[in-house]
Design a protein around this ligand. Structure first.
Ligand code: SAH
Length: 204
């Protein structure tokens, strides 16, 4: 997976490649499809959600430019796979998931892997998690119709927000940089994510 799907397609950061080599992706899947864990695509998980394609996880992680001292907010814990990668590369990860059932299973996987630097909660992540703001980095792993201002507001100066922005079909993976005077938006590849449902996302 790491060589063929990531390194050859431009995920070059050795720390990201190492972490993705180490994390057992099959542990994040329903047992019936665990044997498909290393396929080059997104896979269906519980409650109609998906675990992202490894390449897209690599792209989003690379776009975040994580440093070991970073505090990261993740919106959309899902299976906890992306969360585990963030937890290896940053200091603390705050992760919000809409479905309690998904959050609970993700938390038990993260505990099993010994990742003690993740704090999870169930709720609508489109409003962020103001109690722990500001964040150095924010990642949204579901599609939103537009950039969410509440999340931009919870970024520290120099912070980055990475999220898929667009309609229900295809979105653009977008990186938003917050500077003192301005906010810079950098759209990149086309992606397909499940919908972010909530106040700042889709209605349903
Ligand atoms: N990163 C995940 C994939 C997440 S799929 C992984 O590696 O497995 C997107 C997730 O976002 C789903 O679990 C979905 O329930 C969640 N989600 C959708 N709307 C949300 C919201 N408003 N707040 C928090 N989570 C949300």
């Amino acid at each position: 997976m790491v060589e063929a799907q990531l390194a050859e397609r431009g995920i070059q950061d050795p720390c990201i490649l190492d972490v993705m080599r180490k994390i057992p992706r099959e542990r994040f899947l329903p047992s019936a499809i665990a044997h498909q864990a290393y396929q080059d695509r997104a896979l269906p998980v519980e409650l109609g959600q998906t675990i992202s394609q490894p390449y897209i996880v690599g792209c989003m992680t690379q776009a975040l430019q994580l440093k070991p001292h970073h505090r990261v907010l993740e919106v959309g814990t899902g299976t906890g796979y992306q969360t585990a990668i963030l937890a290896h590369l940053a200091k603390t990860v705050y992760s919000v998931e809409r479905f309690d059932e998904l959050s609970q299973s993700a938390q038990s996987r993260l505990r099993f892997l010994g990742l003690g630097n993740v704090v999870c909660k169930t709720g609508d992540g489109t409003r962020g998690w103001p109690e722990h703001a500001p964040y150095d980095r924010i990642i949204v792993t579901a599609a939103a119709p537009r950039i969410i201002q509440d999340l931009v507001d919870q970024l520290d100066e120099g912070g980055l927000l990475v999220m898929p922005v667009g309609g229900e079909g295809t979105q653009r993976l977008t990186t938003i940089e917050r500077h003192a005077e301005k906010v810079v938006e950098r759209p990149s590849i086309a992606v397909r994510f499940v919908k972010l449902i909530g106040e700042g996302g889709f209605q349903n």
